[in-house]
Design a protein around this ligand. Structure first.
Ligand SMILES: [Fe+2]
Ligand SMILES: [Fe+2]
Length: 135
C-alpha cells in the first residue's frame, strides 16, 4: 500500500498545481517503497535528492504565480515553504553524512507536512487563482 494516496480532498482545483502535488506524493511513495525493499544508502539518497529538488521546483512555481498576481498571503506561505525545504534538506545532509538513518517517523513527517500544507495552506489560494484565471 502506498505511503500516501492522492484523493479529491487534496485537490486545489488548479490543474498544474494538482499535477505537481501528485508528483510530490509519488516521490514520497518512491522513497517509502525503496526503504521497505531495503534498498541501499545511495539509492535512498538519490530519491531524497530528487524529492528535495522537485519540492524546490514546485514551491518556486507556486511562489512565482503568487507574486505575479499579488497574492496577499505570499510572505507567510513562502516562509512555510522555506521551513520545509530547510528541514528536508537537513535530513538529506545528515543522511548523506551517516549521522541519521531514515525511519518511519521521517516518512510520517513528510507525509503529514505535505498533506497539511496542501489542505490547509495551498487550498487557500484556490479562489484567488481561480479568479485570476488559472485553471
Ligand atoms: Fe503546493
Ligand atoms: Fe505551497
Amino acid at each position: 500500500m502506498p505511503m500516501m494516496e492522492w484523493s479529491d480532498k487534496l485537490s486545489v482545483k488548479i490543474s498544474v498545481f494538482d499535477g505537481e502535488h501528485k508528483k510530490l506524493i509519488l516521490l514520497i511513495n518512491k522513497l517509502a517503497d525503496a526503504m521497505s525493499q531495503g534498498q541501499g544508502h545511495q539509492a535512498l539518497d538519490d530519491i531524497l535528492i530528487e524529492l528535495v529538488d522537485y519540492t524546490k521546483y514546485h514551491f518556486s512555481h507556486e511562489e512565482e504565480s503568487m507574486q505575479k498576481y499579488n497574492y496577499p498571503d505570499f510572505a507567510s506561505h513562502k516562509l512555510m515553504h522555506e521551513d520545509f525545504v530547510s528541514k528536508v534538506g537537513e535530513t538529506k545532509d545528515k543522511y548523506e553524512k551517516g549521522i541519521i538513518s531514515l525511519s518511519v517517523s521521517t516518512l510520517n513527517y513528510l507525509t503529514s507536512w505535505v498533506q497539511n500544507h496542501i489542505m490547509k495552506t495551498d487550498a487557500n489560494y484556490t479562489d484567488f487563482f481561480t479568479k485570476a484565471g488559472l485553471k
